[in-house]
Design a protein around this ligand. Structure first.
Ligand code: TXA
Ligand code: MG
Length: 329
């Protein structure tokens, strides 16, 4: 087995030298946490079953939940999957960037079947982050990486978040500062020329529709008829405290996540207050979401009240994550 360090993780600034050493670790079958533009990932060589198994073990993740293979180019993606014309156009438009495409795996796809959870499709994405791209390039293999949090916890947007969750389970965390997008990638699967949205994320539906020239269909409900992302369990992004959406007032002992200038009754009585974006920018709110959810959370609060968030643009993904955080569990 790849070694699982009983020691605490090392956090290293992502210098060229540190990335080179991290790539060496990946090639040896170790885990490395690294930044992308969306959230931090917990990476392993996609082609090594033992290394992939170590990811599931470190996260405590149900093994049926497949992983995204991160590539440094469309050319590398083509060694793994088969593109249909629309998926190819979307990759050319939005890569590198926060778009994950679910595509049929090639018959000779070298990715471990543990990473695909036995599906005949593979999720691939090219991240828009220099550290991530340099790491993949230096390792010379696709890197599978789920978000670098323990299963069911909020995704990490800083090296400190990763450390808080996984310090005893990953030997090395490459520190690239705070992630810029702050939400996981948008996951899309094209079937019969129709793009299905499996997970709203850091690339807004409107941008995809403008490039695709057709409507994006939200894929929910019956998994036998609609494509699904197996990881989209209802209560996935779970802080400890109960989350209450579209709140117009703060109840006793609640923390408040505000948005824009809207006045929320009882705000001055809130246990803690964070404003996702005082200026009302959805982009800024996305970047702050997981960090502020973590900071609002705690044993001392009865719940987290969240001010109304618009439904358009990145609001769709922000509301999706908050709805999951609010789901009963
Ligand atoms: O932004 C991101 O996507 C981050 C960074 C690290 O790249 N990664 C991430 O990975 O969010 P993870 O493992 O937390 O979420 C991957 C999602 C899961 O919901 C999984 O079910 C879905 O992708 N998925 C993976 N392979 C799939 C496939 N072949 N078909 C459908 N869904 C798939
Ligand atoms: Mg995740």
């Amino acid at each position: 087995m790849p070694h699982r360090s009983p020691e605490f993780a090392r956090i290293e600034a992502a210098t060229d030298e540190a990335i080179r050493r991290a790539a060496g670790r990946i090639r040896q079958g170790d885990l490395v946490a690294f930044p992308t533009e969306t959230v931090y990932g917990l990476g392993a060589d996609a082609t090594r079953g033992q290394a992939v198994a170590a990811i599931y073990e470190a996260k405590g993740r149900p093994s049926f939940n497949p992983l995204i293979a991160h590539v440094d180019s469309i050319a590398m993606a083509e060694t793994l999957v088969v593109f249909d014309p629309l998926s190819r156009r979307l990759a050319e438009t939005f890569w590198p960037g926060p778009l994950t495409l679910v595509l049929p795996a090639r018959p000779d796809c070298p990715v471990s079947s543990l990473a695909t959870a036995g599906l005949d499709t593979l999720a691939v994405r090219m991240p828009a982050h220099k550290v991530a791209l340099d790491l993949i390039r230096a390792a010379g293999v696709p890197i599978v990486a789920p978000s670098a949090n323990t299963s069911g916890h909020v995704s990490p947007t800083s090296a400190a978040h990763v450390y808080g969750d996984l310090s005893r389970r990953v030997p090395l965390i490459l520190d690239g500062g705070r992630t810029e997008v702050g939400l996981e990638s948008t996951i899309l699967q094209v079937r019969d020329d129709t793009p299905y949205l499996l997970r709203p994320g850091g690339l807004a539906r409107e941008d995809i529709e403008a490039a695709a020239g057709v409507a994006v269909v939200r894929s929910e409900g019956d998994p036998s008829t609609a494509p699904v992302a197996p990881g989209m369990l209802a209560s996935h992004y779970a802080p400890r405290a109960r989350v209450r959406l579209d709140a117009r007032r703060v109840e006793p002992n609640e923390a408040l996540l505000a948005f824009g200038g809207a006045s929320i009754r009882g705000a001055t009585e809130a246990k803690r207050v964070f404003n996702l974006s005082p200026a009302g920018s959805l982009r800024e709110a996305a970047a702050n979401l997981f960090d502020m959810l973590r900071r609002a959370d705690g044993d001392d609060v009865a719940g987290i009240a969240v001010a109304p968030i618009p439904t358009h643009g990145l609001g769709e993904a922000i509301r999706d994550r908050l709805t999951r955080a609010a789901a009963p569990r």
